[in-house]
Design a protein around this ligand. Structure first.
Ligand code: NAD
Length: 503
C-alpha cells in the first residue's frame, strides 16, 4: 500500500487533501511522462493551479498498451470468473473505504458541489464495479439443439470471451462515474484497459490506480495515461494498433474523429456522445414536481450533464406560471461555497465559460427574451478567479435558433410553448441528437404514447436521471453508437463465439 502511494506530495485545498503530482499509471507503477512534460491542474472554483499533471508521450501510451496486452495472458487471463469477480468487488469496497479521498479529488478537479459528488459521482464509482461483477457471475448463455440430415443432431452453444485491450476515453463532467461505467464492465468481462481521462479531471483515474494496487490487481490490467486529445495521449491511444476496442464518452465531433481512427484495423467502438435534450410539460402535470425536476435537469452540475435539458416545451395554458417558477428555482441557486446545498458550481474551465457566454450573447441576437441570468454572477472576492456563470432562461426563441439546436453544455435553457401533443412531439424530435427526453404528465395513456414517440435512447416520465444500471443506456442519432448497461454492456466488452458440436 505504501508503495502504491506514489503521488509525490499532497496539498490542502479548501480543507481537502489532494495530490500535487498526478502521475500516469502504467504496468502497475506510477510514472512521470517519459519526456518530463507536465501541465497545470486547475481548480475551477478558484481558477488556481492545484497540481501538475504528468503528460504521457506516444512511447508511454505504447508501453501502457503493451502492458495491457501482456496482462491478458498473465495471471489475470488465467483467473476463473469467480476469482475475477471477487477482485472487482474488492475494488468497489476499496473505493467506498476511500470515499473521502475520491470526493476530495473530484471536487478539486471539477468544483462541483460536495453533495453532488458524494451522492452521485463517488457511490456510482463503486456500484459500477459491483453491478457488473454481479452481471457476469449470473450470465446465461444460449444453447440450441440442431437437427441434422443423419438424425444424430448437433449442439450449438455460445461462449463469451474478453475482447482484449480496451481503450477508455472519458470527459470531465462526471469523471469517476463515467470512467468506471466503462472500466467496470470491461474488467468484469476479463479485458484489460488503458484509460485516458479528460485533461481537465485526471485525479480520480490516478487514484483508482492506488485502489488497484491495494486490492492486488495484476500489473497491466488497469493503466492510465494523461494528456490531451488530438495529436496527444488521446489520439496516440485510440489510433494505437494494439487496441482492440474503443469506448468513448464525449462530444459528437470528437466521436467522429475517433471513429476515423478506429476504422484503421476495423476496431470496435462504443460511443456515448452529446445531446440537446427536450423536456415536455403538459398542462396536466404535477407542476411542483415538474418545476423541481426540470430545474434539476437544466442546472445540476452547472448544466454540464449529457442528459441535461436545454430545450423545454410547455403547454401554452401553463406557460407563464411554469416559466416564473423555473426562474425562481434558477435564482435560488448560489455560487461560491461547495458545502452549500443550494450551491451551483463553476463551469469546468475559462475556455468552456467563453463558449457558453458566446451562446448567451447569441441567444439575444437570435431574438430571445432573457428571463433570468445571462452573465457572470457576483461571488466572494476570494473565489472571483473561478469560472462562475449565471443559470439562464430564455423565451421567445425561434426553434431554428442555434441556441435551440446546438449543445451548449451550460446551465441554460430555452422555453417554448406548444398547443397540441403532436406539436410537442414534433418539436422534441426536431434535432440531430437523440440521447434522452423527459415528459411530465399525469395522463397515463399520454405518457406511454408520447414516450414511445420520442426518438431517443432514454425517455423519463415524471422524473429525470433516475438510473437503474441494468437498463440499456445510450443515444439515438448523433448522440451515440451502441448501448451499455447491465447485460447490454456484454455485447461490446465480449466476443461471442458459437460452438457447433455434431453429436
Ligand atoms: P471531448 O469530446 O472534448 O473530450 C472527451 C475526451 O476525448 C477527453 O479525454 C479528450 O482529451 C479526448 N479527445 C479529444 N479529442 C480526441 C481525439 N481526436 N482523439 C482521441 N481522444 C480525444 O468532451 P468533453 O468536453 O470532455 O465532454 C463534454 C461532452 O461529453 C459533451 O458533448 C457531453 O454531452 C458529452 N457527454 C456524453 C455523455 C453520454 O453518456 N452520452 C456523458 C457525458 C458527457
Amino acid at each position: 500500500m505504501e508503495q502504491a502511494r506514489r503521488l509525490e506530495a499532497t496539498d490542502a485545498a479548501g480543507g481537502l487533501e489532494i495530490a500535487r503530482h498526478i502521475l500516469n499509471y502504467i504496468d502497475g507503477r506510477f510514472e512521470k511522462g517519459s519526456a518530463g512534460a507536465t501541465f497545470a491542474n486547475i481548480d475551477p472554483a478558484s481558477g488556481l493551479e492545484t497540481g501538475r499533471v504528468h503528460e504521457a508521450t506516444r512511447a508511454d501510451v505504447d508501453r501502457a498498451v503493451g502492458a495491457a496486452r501482456r496482462a491478458l495472458t498473465g495471471p489475470w487471463g488465467k483467473m476463473t470468473t469467480a476469482e475475477r469477480v471477487r477482485l472487482i468487488a474488492a475494488v468497489a469496497d476499496e473505493i467506498e473505504r476511500r470515499a473521502e479521498d475520491f470526493l476530495a479529488a473530484e471536487v478539486a478537479d471539477t468544483g462541483k458541489p460536495r453533495h453532488v459528488a458524494s451522492h452521485i459521482d463517488i457511490p456510482r464509482g463503486a456500484s459500477n464495479f459491483r453491478m457488473f461483477a454481479d452481471v457476469v457471475s449470473t450470465l446465461p448463455t444460449e444453447t440450441f439443439s440442431t437437427p441434422t440430415p443423419d438424425g444424430a443432431g448437433a449442439l450449438n452453444y455460445s461462449v463469451r470471451k474478453p475482447k482484449g485491450v480496451v481503450a477508455v476515453v472519458c470527459p470531465w463532467n462526471f469523471p469517476l462515474l463515467l470512467m468506471t461505467w466503462k472500466v467496470g464492465p470491461a474488467l468484469a468481462c476479463g479485458n484489460t484497459v488503458v484509460v485516458k481521462p479528460s485533461e481537465e479531471t485526471p485525479r480520480t483515474a490516478a487514484l483508482l490506480g492506488e485502489v488497484m494496487d491495494a486490492v492486488g490487481m495484476p500489473a497491466g490490467v488497469y493503466n492510465v495515461v494523461h494528456g490531451f486529445g488530438p495529436d496527444a495521449a488521446g489520439e496516440f491511444l485510440t489510433s494505437h494498433p494494439g487496441v482492440d476496442a474503443i469506448t468513448f464518452t464525449g462530444e459528437t465531433g470528437t466521436g467522429e474523429a475517433i471513429m476515423k481512427q478506429a476504422a484503421v484495423g476495423v476496431r470496435d467502438i462504443s460511443f456515448e456522445l452529446g445531446g440537446k435534450n427536450p423536456a415536455v410539460i403538459f398542462a396536466d402535470a404535477d407542476l411542483d414536481k415538474a418545476v423541481e425536476g426540470v430545474s434539476r435537469a437544466a442546472f445540476l452540475n452547472t448544466g454540464q450533464v449529457c442528459l441535461g435539458t436545454e430545450r423545454i416545451y410547455v403547454e401554452r395554458s401553463i406557460f407563464e406560471p411554469f416559466v416564473a417558477r423555473l426562474a425562481a428555482a434558477a435564482q435560488a441557486l448560489r455560487p461560491g461555497d461547495v458545502n452549500d446545498p443550494q450551491y451551483v458550481g463553476p463551469l469546468i474551465s475559462e475556455e468552456h465559460r467563453q463558449k457558453v457566454l458566446g451562446y448567451y450573447e447569441r441567444a439575444l441576437a437570435e431574438g430571445a427574451t432573457l428571463i433570468t441570468g445571462g452573465g457572470i454572477p457576483q461571488v466572494d472576492p476570494a473565489a472571483s478567479g473561478g469560472f462562475w456563470i449565471e443559470p439562464t432562461i430564455w423565451t421567445g426563441l425561434p426553434h431554428d435558433a442555434a441556441v435551440m439546436r446546438e449543445e451548449i453544455f451550460g446551465p441554460c435553457c430555452g422555453v417554448i410553448p406548444f398547443d397540441s401533443e403532436d406539436e410537442a412531439v414534433a418539436l422534441a424530435n426536431d434535432t440531430s441528437y437523440g440521447l434522452c427526453a423527459t415528459i411530465w404528465t399525469q395522463n397515463l395513456s399520454r405518457a406511454h404514447r408520447v414516450a414511445a414517440a420520442m426518438s431517443v435512447g432514454i425517455c423519463w416520465v415524471n422524473c429525470w436521471f433516475l438510473r437503474d444500471l441494468r437498463t440499456a443506456f445510450g443515444g439515438a442519432g448523433q448522440s451515440g453508437i451502441g448501448r451499455e448497461g447491465g447485460q447490454h454492456s456484454l455485447e461490446f466488452y465480449t466476443e461471442l463465439e458459437n460452438i457447433c458440436v455434431k453429436v
